[in-house]
Design a protein around this ligand. Structure first.
Ligand code: ADP
Length: 352
């Protein structure tokens, strides 16, 4: 069964290290999403796996086989990119059939496979359509069917929804995940969009400057961000700097908002400078111990599904996310807050 092992994969461009000893595995039938900001090394990783360029160091094993020296077309790797890259001179049927014809499958098998896939992507009846007559979403569905048709061992998707508008992206995220699962496909899916990553992934790998910050299921990244970078990238909370007053399982820190108690996320000792995050969305309501804070609502904004409130607390500010139904809060209101220590994370300052 196809699984992918990436071992200490490294790629440099001149002095720039685009990928730095990256090690991870993708299990059979797993959808791994690689999430990171622009320039973090996501496309470089895909190009190395696809064999479009060689690594400087490290190994890529597919199904136990070392891919070093194996040319791209012999890797049994499927590719799907942001730009549609459909063959403009072929109709929908022939685009999807392309890889199957390369494999010289018998005509009835080709017809059956194309029919099944077009049905799965909701494009039955589109066989004879020219690709230039399709909408953006339809083109990406054809591209997906085409990349799945030859049953690659693993499918690599590079920002496949990047060129589509928001509503269509939302819809296609779910369709892609459903189809990958129906086809029992092992996949590596690159995006810079966190909500897309969470919607599609079994596990998410967060890349930053060519290194892995964290790998885990979406819930685990939200519950337990390993680094300040991950927490900031997922926009989990308000960050403050402070100083440690007392260590332990619950750490006490002096901050511009006052003294806070929270969970340590690294080695923090009394007197050390610390980086503190207070979750925007409080998760563990009622858990002891609580931080009692009082603040003034200085700004409010309605965001459709939720409402954001900026509070001035002591000498600092705090952003909280409330349900959209919380309409009673007005600018200038004074609010008392009880923030569970579980929702305050504390890193040593200097952690990335
Ligand atoms: P991402 O896909 O996450 O935006 P990339 O993999 O494209 O990131 O790039 C990672 C880093 O490597 C960037 O700093 C980029 O400038 C550099 N890089 C990528 N490809 C090349 C190349 N062909 N030549 C020089 N630098 C490159």
């Amino acid at each position: 069964m196809p699984d992918l092992k990436i071992i200490r994969l490294t790629r440099r461009y001149g002095d720039q290290v685009a990928l730095d000893r990256v090690t991870f595995e993708v299990a059979d039938e797993e959808i791994m999403v690689v999430l990171g900001p622009s320039g973090s090394g996501k496309s470089t990783l895909l190009r190395l796996i696809a064999g479009l360029e060689p690594p400087d160091e490290g190994q890529i094993l597919l199904n136990g086989q070392d891919l070093a020296g194996v040319p791209p077309h012999r890797r049994r790797i499927g590719l799907m990119f942001q730009e549609y890259a459909l063959f403009p001179h072929l109709n929908v049927f022939e685009n999807v059939a392309f890889g199957l014809r390369m494999q010289r499958l018998p005509e009835p098998e080709i017809r059956e496979r194309v029919r099944t896939l077009l049905n799965q992507v909701g494009l039955s009846g589109y066989e004879r359509r020219e690709v230039h007559t399709l909408s953006g979403g339809e083109k990406q569905r054809v591209a997906l069917a085409r990349s799945l048709a030859p049953r690659p061992a693993i499918l690599l998707l590079d920002e496949p929804l990047g060129s589509l508008d928001r509503a269509l992206r939302e819809q296609l995220m779910k369709e892609i995940r459903d189809l990958l699962k129906a086809e029992r496909m092992t996949a590596l899916y690159v995006t810079h969009d966190q909500s897309e990553a969470m919607a599609v992934a079994d596990r998410v790998l967060i890349l930053h400057r060519g290194r892995i910050e964290q790998i885990g299921p979406p819930e685990a990244l939200y519950q337990d961000p390993a680094t300040p970078f991950v927490a900031r990238f997922l926009d989990l909370g308000t960050f403050l700097e402070g100083r440690v007053l007392a260590g332990g399982e619950i750490v006490e820190v002096q901050t511009p908002l006052g003294v806070l108690r929270g969970r340590p996320r690294g080695p923090v000792r009394p007197h050390d400078p610390a980086l503190i995050m207070i979750r925007h969305t409080l998760r563990s309501v009622g858990t002891e111990p609580l931080n009692a804070l009082a603040g003034e609502a200085i700004d409010l904004s309605f965001r459709g599904l939720h409402r954001e409130v900026w509070l001035r607390v002591g000498g600092g500010q705090l952003r909280l996310i409330l349900p959209a139904s919380a309409t009673s809060v007005r600018r200038g209101d004074r609010l008392s807050l009880a923030i569970p220590a579980e929702d305050v994370l504390i890193w040593p300052l200097g952690a990335s």
